[in-house]
Structures are given as C-alpha cells and as structure tokens.
Ligand binder design. Structure first.
Ligand code: FAD
Ligand code: EPU
Length: 336
C-alpha cells in the first residue's frame, strides 16, 4: 500500500525530518513488481534501517522500505553452513541468531545498526572483519528490467566500505536476500583494537564466539553514540588511504599519527584523529548538531538539525583536513 507525504524522521538514525512524497513497505519480490508497475516512473529511494544516509531535503519520489524477511539454511556440512537472510532482517538480530545457532564469522560485526540488505552495499566492517570474508551470494531485483539476478563474490567488487552497488550499479538493484558461509568449528579473531583487553577485563581466557560478540558490543557501547539517544550515522567519513610518501612527510611533523597497513603498499590513516587535530572534536552549533565529543569521526544531530546543515559542516571539515594535512576525506554516509 502506498502512503503519501510520509515523515522519514523515525526511519533514519540521524533523525532528520524530511518528507517523502510517497512511501511503501515491500515484503516480497511480487510487492516490488506491483508497486513499480504503478509508480516506477518516480525517483526511488530504497531504505533499510536508515543508518547510513543523510537526508538533505524532502524526497520528491517513492521510498521503498525493504521489509523482506526470512532465515534459512541453504547448505550444511560438518564444518560450515550457508545461511540466507531476508534483506529486511535487522542486522544485529541476524548476527545474534547466528551466534545462538553456534555459527561463527559474524561475531565481530555485532551491534552494527541497519538491515541485512544494506550490508553488502558498503561491505560493512568492524574489528578486523568485513562481510566480504563470509559473503557467499546475494539475490537482487533489477528495477528497470524487472528481473532477479544472483551475484557471487567476484561480481560484487568489494573493497573498503565499497561494492559495485555503491558504484557502477548504484540505484539499479534492490537487494532481496544475502547468504553467508559461517563456521561450525571456530577460529575467533581477537587481535583487533581493544578486543583482547576487553575479554581480559571480562575474565575470559578461551573466548567463544558469544564472548567475542559481547566484547565487541561493550567496546562499541563505550565509544559510539546510541542513535536512539543522539542522531548519527556512525563514521561520517571513510578512513583515508594514502601513499607511503605522504605518510612519511606527515610523520616528520606529526610523529604520533596513527596509521595501519592497506593493500598496494599504501597506508590507512585515522580520519577521527585528523579531524580531532584540526580542532573539530566536540564542536557544537546552537546545541543542535556538531561533531561528537568522544569520537570525531561521528557527526551528530542533538535536536532538529537539518540535513543540509550537517552536510555543510562536513564540507568545512573536509576543507580544514585538506589544508592542514593535504589529505582528502571522503564521505562514507550516502547523501540523499
Ligand atoms: P540504509 O541507511 O537504509 O541505506 C544505506 C544505503 O544502501 C542507501 O543508499 C540505500 O538506498 C541502500 N540500500 C539499503 N538497503 C538496500 C537494499 N536492500 N537494496 C539496495 N540498496 C539498499 N558501518 C560499518 O560498516 N561498520 C560499523 O562499525 C558501523 N557502525 C555504525 C555505528 C552507528 C552508531 C551507526 C548509526 C552506523 C554505523 N555503520 C557502520 C553504518 C551503517 O550501520 C551500515 O552502513 C549499515 O549497513 C546500513 O544499513 P541500513 O539498512 O541502515 O542502510
Ligand atoms: N581517534 C582519535 N580521535 C577521535 C577518534 C579516533 O584520535 O576522535 C583515533 C583513535 O585514537 C585511534 C584511531 O583514531 O587511534 C581509530 O579509532 P577507532 O578505533 O575508534 O576506529 P575508527 O577508525 O574511528 C573504524 C570504522 C568503524 C568501526 C571501527 C572498529 C571507518 C570509517 N570506521 O572507526 O566503522 O566500527 O573502526 O573497527 O572505517 C562506520 O563505518 O560507521 C563505523 C563506525
């Protein structure tokens, strides 16, 4: 059923009050084809949990909120299992369900907001794991050609916070289901960031996947603002990947600059550090919006901010970081 003039405020974690001209909930591929047959000429916005978008104006088209559910085992052996989930399933609930079944591989990705269907869009990642590490296939519906296609790993062109769906195929497909190959005999990944310290303070010596999940949840809750309390979309920018030459130049002036290895002899810098050093951490405008006081990579809406105000703030940050460090920050959040 199509609704008209719908507020999207509760449907995006930034809490931006934009109005959609029309809106529909879809629960199957049949729903999609029926709705597109009637309204396909309009501009479309596919919405999952709304946790990686910034709405900068009212949306003068049709918002399709993906609510395709489902959880099934497609393949199983003694060592692993392929689990397929509907795109509309909440990501964290999906991860918890896999852990309850003792299927390993997603525990480091606990508590990431949003839905299963958006997870391949930017190859979500945290604490040393990206979904590409366990991705098997996805089924997507081509909006113009009105037919479904299965995409395997190589088709998706995954990169750091990237996939083909964010680039060449942007806006062309609606992802309906995603499948992951998960382990039954686990190798936990605890070397990233503060996981080991957290496990130690939990008194855990031989961590299970459930323990790792809980450690990640504890760390995330201590670092990142809860979107139910403060509007945000997680990291607003990607961590920039730069050449070794640039890193060496920067190290002459800033010997403590955090950096991590990246593919092709490059290095990844910490955007949060660059933004903090540029003086932006905790900056707040009219008590309404600004840069989070504990994590400079997260822009926040305290109260009634407009999307274009947050966008303008992000442009100022990009300009300052460019001037100070000669590093270009790229937005991670999808600007609508
Ligand atoms: P939405 O915001 O609804 O959509 C994102 C984009 O994908 C839009 O362009 C939308 O059109 C498109 N899209 C959504 N669903 C579909 C579909 N079914 N088919 C086609 N296109 C679709 N991300 C990380 O990678 N790592 C993190 O650690 C992390 N931490 C976060 C912490 C917080 C507090 C918040 C608020 C966000 C965080 N994020 C993180 C970002 C966000 O959670 C992820 O990008 C998530 O996958 C977005 O899912 P969503 O369903 O909310 O997508
Ligand atoms: N830092 C600062 N000041 C800050 C923030 C960070 O100096 O205000 C420094 C930290 O001290 C640390 C470094 O920056 O040395 C990295 O910080 P952190 O470990 O908090 O991770 P991040 O780079 O800020 C990335 C992802 C997160 C993901 C975490 C954990 C990106 C863009 N962000 O954050 O993903 O959860 O690592 O793996 O890659 C997201 O994508 O929305 C997201 C939250």
């Amino acid at each position: 059923m199509i609704q008209y003039k719908v507020s999207l405020k509760s449907l995006n974690t930034f809490g931006i009050d934009a109005i959609a001209d029309s809106y529909a909930l879809i629960q199957s591929t049949d729903d999609i084809s029926q709705i597109l047959e009637k309204h396909g000429e309009k501009e479309l916005l596919i919405l999952g949990g709304g946790s990686n978008i910034l709405l900068t104006k009212d949306f003068n088209g049709l918002v399709l909120k993906n609510d395709i559910q489902g959880f099934r085992i497609v393949e199983e052996s003694e060592v692993d299992v392929v689990v397929e989930a509907g795109a509309g399933m909440n990501w964290h609930q999906f991860v918890m369900r896999c852990i309850d079944c003792n299927y390993g591989g997603l525990e480091n990705l606990s508590l990431i907001p949003g839905n299963v269907g958006a997870s391949p869009m930017q190859n979500i990642g945290a604490y040393g794991v990206e979904i590409k590490d366990v991705f098997t296939y996805l089924d997507a519906y081509h909006i113009k050609e009105k037919k479904s296609k299965r995409f395997y790993f190589d088709d998706c062109k995954f990169g750091y916070r990237e996939s083909i769906f964010k680039n060449e195929l942007k806006g062309e497909y609606l992802i309906c289901r995603v499948a992951f190959r998960l382990s039954k005999k686990h190798t936990v990944k605890t070397s990233y960031g503060a996981i080991e310290d957290e496990l130690e303070s939990m008194g855990i010596n031989h961590p299970t996947i459930k323990n790792v999940s809980q450690a990640v949840i504890n760390i995330r809750q201590s670092k990142l603002p809860d979107p139910n309390k403060i509007g945000n979309a997680g990291s607003f920018f990607k961590n920039p990947i730069v050449s070794m030459e640039l890193l060496e130049k920067l190290q002459n002036k800033y010997p403590d600059i955090p950096h991590y290895p990246a593919p092709d002899h490059k290095v990844k810098l910490a955007a949060g550090w660059l933004i903090e050093q540029s003086g932006w951490k905790g900056k707040t405008y009219d008590n309404r919006y600004g840069v989070h006081k504990l994590q400079a990579l997260v822009l926040v809406n305290y109260k009634d901010a407009k999307g274009d105000e947050i966008l303008a703030l992000s442009s100022q940050i990009i300009k300052d970081v460019q001037q100070k460090f000669n590093v270009s920050l790229e937005r991670e959040v999808n600007i609508i």
